[in-house]
Design a protein. Structure first.
Length: 254
């Protein structure tokens, strides 16, 4: 079996793993995002007229989309790898003629597929409903994919370090979600007073949300090249770390 065939088989396995559980992996996140839009958008939208020239309910769509991508890309790779460790099916992969790069790439590709699906479904429902055209398909695609790579790799690292399922849930609840909320999902950082505005600039998730917002609406708070450079650099760095961890066999066995 060639390298390409091995990789394709792994990617197919990752894709069908979450596709079989569509009602658990895809439907709830999309419904949650739409509920955020309806509840926050309509309740606060009457009080907050516009941000950067957009109605509040429209302005929060890219941030909610990005947050959905982050959580689901992380959840996909972390759940897949942790389950493989738990039921010892990871031993079969480690014994197979697979390179660390191939295993990491397959896991991350599964995270990308799930993140993309969440983003597509969210935007496909929300934008037509609010009669808002997509500003740039390619920029939106780029930022969604890069976010998926970053959080997919983060999920791999989290699964390798986690001893229980609670460890993974703790990361999402107490790390990813707070950082996402503080990244400008529901507001523009330009309205924050010092020093909170400056502190927000040290949150890497801010650049992911801001880049996604530019792709969807065409507005941003930080220079686009900084957002693109930040997310690309972090994604490549974490991917390299994941490959290295697989090479040294870091906590591969329970």
């Amino acid at each position: 079996m060639g390298s390409t065939t091995r990789l394709a088989a792994l990617v197919q396995m990752e894709f069908f793993r979450f596709w079989r559980l569509l009602r658990q992996t895809i439907v709830p996140p999309v419904l949650n995002t739409l509920l955020f839009i309806l509840i926050f958008g309509f309740s606060l939208g009457s009080r907050i007229k516009e941000i950067h020239g957009f109605p509040f309910i429209v302005y929060i769509i890219p941030g909610l989309t990005a947050m959905g991508v982050m959580n689901n890309a992380f959840s996909n790779t972390s759940t897949s790898l942790h389950m493989a460790k738990f039921d010892r099916s990871l031993d079969n992969l480690l014994a197979a003629p697979l390179k660390p790069f191939e295993m990491v790439l397959a896991l991350v590709t599964g995270g990308i597929a799930r993140g993309l699906l969440i983003a597509i479904l969210t935007l496909a429902v929300a934008l037509p409903l609010l009669k808002q055209p997509l500003f740039s398909f390619w920029l939106t695609l780029y930022f969604v994919v890069m976010q998926s790579v970053f959080f997919g790799c983060w999920g791999i690292i989290g699964a390798l370090r986690a001893k229980t399922w609670d460890n993974l849930a703790t990361t999402q609840t107490f790390v990813i979600t707070p950082l996402a909320y503080l990244a400008g999902v529901f507001y523009s950082v330009t309205i924050l007073p010092p020093p909170w505005r400056e502190i927000s600039l040290f949150n890497p998730l801010f650049y992911m949300v801001d880049g996604t917002r530019y792709g969807v609406l065409g507005v941003h708070d930080a220079p686009l090249w900084i957002s693109a450079g930040m997310i690309t650099g972090l994604a490549i760095l974490l991917f390299a770390v994941c490959v290295w961890l697989f090479q040294i066999g870091y906590k591969m066995v329970r």
